[in-house]
Design a protein around this ligand. Sequence first.
Ligand SMILES: [Fe+2]
Length: 401
Amino acid sequence: MTTTHDTVLTSAERLAELDLDQLKQLVGLVEYDSTTDPFPVTGWDAIVWVVGNATQAASYYQLVYGMDLVAYSGPETGNRDHHAYVLESGATRFVLTGAVDPDSPLVEHHRAHGDGISDIALEVPDVDTCIEHARAQGATVLEEPHDVSDEHGTVRRAAIAAYGDTRHTLVDRSRYDGPYLPGFVERRSTIKRDGDHRIFEALDHVVGNVELGRMDEWVDFYNRIMGFTNMAEFVGDDIATEYSALMSKVVASGNHRVKFPLNEPAVGKKRSQIDEYLDFYRGPGAQHLALATSDILATVDALRARGVEFLDTPDSYYTDPELRARIGEVRVPIEELQSRGILVDRDEDGYLLQIFTKPVGDRPTVFFELIERHGSLGFGKGNFQALFEAIEREQAKRGNF
Ligand SMILES: [Fe+2]
């Protein structure tokens, strides 16, 4: 392993005043040799959402998730099609888009999918190299490499199709110092929040739900087209509740900043949570975003106080002697975790603390995970059983089980 330019900070990380040691802890960043990588990825660029009401969602993510408004595009800036609000927290950037024009393509996206993620945009050092490789490997190129410029400089971008209606826009912003992209103006929050605890500092992983029997195809897509490598963790038939199950594998960019667990439903006696997602999202899509925090207890307390609902964890999870023995010593007494419903998982590298919210929109589709890593590079495989049981109780309440 050698240190390469890929282990420098992304522009967003620098702005968030995060350093490499913090990122190793927060999101499991690793050093790697990018010279043999056919599709080098620096890190996340933005998560672009299509929502039913971007104007209100922008307030929600500022007030509840503590994000900062940094840029805007809309009718006042010459964009008559839609509103777009750019929000940041630490190194994470969300772009919330919602239609103004009733004929906007965003209306159709929202009708099909509800609130969801249309674009998982990635920062790359060389857009053209990535597209050349992706095309040669059979990727669908949705946007050819092109420059967009304004008084802040030039951004080079292109886009390829991923699962469902999801795309990966590839962005080289090394020659640009504007607030987001040409076409956007700087816009600062007018919201006064109480307290200054940052809810989350970075994006750890984005999970994709794909159709039954197609997980390996998408693992192959990320391996072959984007040069991602497989991470050790996978979940097969051994992880299932009595009624429903999923299969899961994880692919990651060379430096592990970008991690994509991919789920497919497994056949169970009843409809699985992945089936429910696929029905209500009308196909494959991003299922959850894991937001990395260095203090999950304070984060969960703050989010609960602002009305965020989390999946319940049964008390039996914490009192089970097998689990207690497996997780060993963690940084706080287990009662502190139990009172908040925070889950623990441990592997040979360390442990992680995690918790999952209920769906963020009206459909039972997209949700968040909060994650605090302590050495573990896993995704909470040991918690799948406890988690599934909790999710299925919610599914049953909605009558979808
Ligand atoms: Fe996750």
